[in-house]
Design a protein around this ligand. Structure first.
Ligand SMILES: Nc1ncnc2c1ncn2[C@@H]1O[C@H](COP(=O)(O)OP(=O)(O)OP(=O)(O)O)[C@@H](O)[C@H]1O
Ligand SMILES: [Mg+2]
Length: 270
């Protein structure tokens, strides 16, 4: 499954300025058979807030996103998105972008981007027009009529991100969206992410292995402990979003919080 695309009214799907919905997790634990993936996760994300989650491989980050998205129910505890605890309602509120772009190889970039709109019942011409506009905005407008195999990794990520945004859902769950990109493309897409999230005001949970990326993109960064994951450390980002990336990530306050996070990770807290 790619983004969650439960049908909704056109008016809902067309509202690009969704204010975001609160996410609330209380005492969430999740096991796969005997394997405890998450234990006692407490998490509150305010409407429109951008939170990054960092933690060792296998500590349950993807599981956490899948639970929030309503793809599964936690073994214990409760999860509410926009005040709704029901898995189907969570599924309806969340757009999920997995690490791999999962574009359909036989579809043009513009039709891949338009997928969520088409599934929401919007006609082909209108869906294409809106998808084309979003690709333009994300800097890949000229590749709208290319197939995914003709695009670089960074371009494919932009198309996948366009598709996620176009669902119009109030919550974005981004699972390592920039993993496997080269440093320059990654920095460029981090800036794009910041600009887009500022304009869209969606509630966002970003999973990343990159502490610098976490503090650059998110309002708040949380560390999950090694499995079973729970939130063991958090800090607000000191970044002034109007600053260019190069000066933001070299500011002393940024270096201090990045070091503190890396120390917590190294201590095995995260
Ligand atoms: N469907 C599943 N069935 C059984 N075990 C699973 C399943 N999904 C995840 N796990 C296990 O749960 C734990 C957490 O997995 P998860 O994918 O959430 O980790 P992660 O933090 O996202 O890791 P990574 O950083 O490598 O992506 C791992 O030990 C994993 O093997
Ligand atoms: Mg993962």
């Amino acid at each position: 499954m790619i983004e969650t695309t439960t049908p909704k009214t056109q008016a809902e799907a067309q509202s690009p300025e969704s204010p975001g919905a609160a996410i609330e997790l209380t005492g969430v634990a999740h096991s796969f058979g005997d394997l405890e993936a998450l234990a006692g996760v407490e998490l509150n994300v305010a409407p429109g807030e951008v939170v990054a989650i960092v933690g060792a491989s296998g500590c349950g980050k993807s599981t956490l996103l899948e639970l929030i998205a309503g793809l599964a129910e936690p073994s214990t505890g409760s999860i509410a998105v926009g005040g709704e605890r029901d898995a189907a309602a969570r599924l309806d509120a969340c757009a999920w972008m997995p690490q791999r772009d999962l574009l359909l190889p036989w579809r043009l970039a513009v039709d891949n981007a338009a997928l969520g709109l088409r599934l929401a019942g919007i006609g082909r011409a209108e869906a294409r027009e809106r998808a084309g506009g979003m690709l333009e905005r994300l800097g890949v407008g000229e590749f709208a009529r290319s197939h995914p195999r003709q695009l670089s990794g960074g371009m494919r990520q932009r198309v996948a991100f366009a598709r996620t945004l176009l669902t119009g859902k109030p919550v974005l769950l981004l699972d390592e969206p920039l993993a496997a990109l080269d440093a320059i493309t990654r920095a460029e897409l981090q800036e794009l992410l910041v600009e887009t999230l500022a304009a869209e005001r969606r509630t966002t949970v970003l999973v990343t292995h990159d502490v610098e990326e976490a503090f650059f993109v998110a309002d708040r960064v949380l560390l999950l402990s090694p499995r079973p994951g729970r939130v063991v450390w958090s800090a607000a980002s000191p970044v002034d979003r109007s600053e260019p990336r190069a000066s933001a990530v070299t500011a002393p306050a940024f270096a201090a919080v990045r070091e503190a996070a890396l120390e917590a990770l190294a201590e095995g807290r995260g």
